[in-house]
Design a protein around this ligand. Structure first.
Ligand code: ATP
Ligand code: MG
Length: 337
């Protein structure tokens, strides 16, 4: 049984874009494959402390895992939830792989360049976290790691480190994850979802955008979210058409409506074909978003902390068993055992 692995960052609240673009597709993938694959969903809490430490980590961990359940994740014996820091093998393999990776290749990571740009000195975590990410993946022989395009370079690094170690010892110690093109193919149609910023629809919706009206948060009240839709930027063409290039604002509303009402996009597009009143479309999307959030928040409130804590206890037992076995194999070839 091969492993599909994904991690979810836990700093702060999620946007509708994160939810529809990442969480829902991942949940569908997990539900679809959990009878024939191991599904590892882990909380990269060691990655989270790179940014800052705000005292809310534990509650954010529980909350982020609840989002998966509210998105429809079905827990079964093949679905494993765990916290990275509760599986010490991640840190140990991280060190060993640090001795395999080079400063040259880590310096080339665009995420590192972006985050350290123009500064004389940054935390070492920002520099080395791709190596920890490689450990997260290689410990479990994961073949598929559904991530956004922004993480493809780190996946390539993971593949390179795995190949390097296998060559060094002339043994298949690590399973080399699939190439990024195959990863994208595996994710299928879910790959392309990109919710736009409500005020600047040329850009994607991002949680770090400061303008409140640009993004819908999962914690927004239904009324507040509806208002944000009503004030969304559209265009002056006066026709309701799906055309992301010339009418990104309108297209974004159609896209959002399809996703929150779970209707095929083509069906939503046909419903509005020939219509010209943007106000009518906005009212419909606003009502649908409000209904969606109300239902989602009610589902979320019903999930007990205990459900998550019990799943973590089971998941961490599984993860420690699998990861320690792999770590021992690595320690042996390196002569540490
Ligand atoms: P930040 O502004 O801090 O970069 P973000 O909203 O871009 O936050 P990330 O933490 O970078 O969120 O990404 C989390 C996941 O959500 C990733 O898988 C990413 O591809 C996905 N994602 C982010 N924004 C969108 C969006 N607007 N539409 C669809 N998916 C998105
Ligand atoms: Mg981002």
């Amino acid at each position: 049984m091969s492993t599909i692995l994904t991690g979810i960052r836990v700093n702060g609240e999620l946007t509708l874009g994160n939810f529809l673009g990442a969480l829902v597709p991942m949940t569908r993938l997990a539900n679809k494959y959990s009878s024939e694959h191991q599904i590892n969903i882990f909380v990269p809490d060691l990655h989270t402390i790179i940014a800052d430490v705000d005292g809310n980590l534990q509650s954010n961990i529980i909350k982020s895992l609840k989002y998966y359940l509210a998105a429809g994740l079905v827990l079964n014996d093949n679905v494993h939830l765990y916290r990275q820091s509760h599986v010490p093998a991640h840190s140990e393999l991280n060190w060993i792989l640090n001795c395999v990776a080079t400063t040259g290749e880590l310096s080339r990571m665009t995420q590192f360049k972006d985050k350290s740009g123009g500064k004389d000195s940054v935390g070492c975590g920002i520099f080395t976290y791709p190596v920890l990410m490689a450990a997260d993946i290689l410990l479990y022989d994961a073949k598929y790691i559904p991530v956004g395009e922004d993480q493809f370079q780190h996946l390539e690094l993971t593949r390179n480190l795995a190949i390097r170690v296998n060559h060094k010892f002339n043994q298949e110690i690590f399973t080399v994850p699939k190439k990024t093109v195959e990863q994208a193919k595996f994710m299928g149609s879910e790959e392309g979802i990109r919710i736009r910023d409500l005020q600047n629809p040329e850009k994607k919706m991002s949680k770090s955008t400061l303008a409140e009206n640009s993004k819908i948060m999962l914690s927004d009240t239904p009324e507040k979210a509806a208002k944000k839709i009503m004030s969304a930027t559209t265009d002056s063409l006066g026709v309701i058409k799906f055309d992301m290039i010339n009418q990104p604002g309108i297209s974004n509303l159609l896209q959002i409506d399809a996703l929150v009402t779970d209707t095929p996009l083509q069906e939503v597009i046909s419903t509005w074909a020939g219509e010209t009143h943007y106000g009518d479309l906005k009212k419909k999307v606003a009502a649908d978003i409000a209904a969606f959030l109300e239902l989602f928040q009610a589902k979320l409130a019903k999930i007990d902390d205990d459900v998550i804590l019990n799943a973590l206890t089971r998941g961490e037992e599984y993860a420690n068993t699998v990861a320690s076995r792999k770590l021992l194999q690595v320690q042996q070839v390196f002569g540490l055992r």
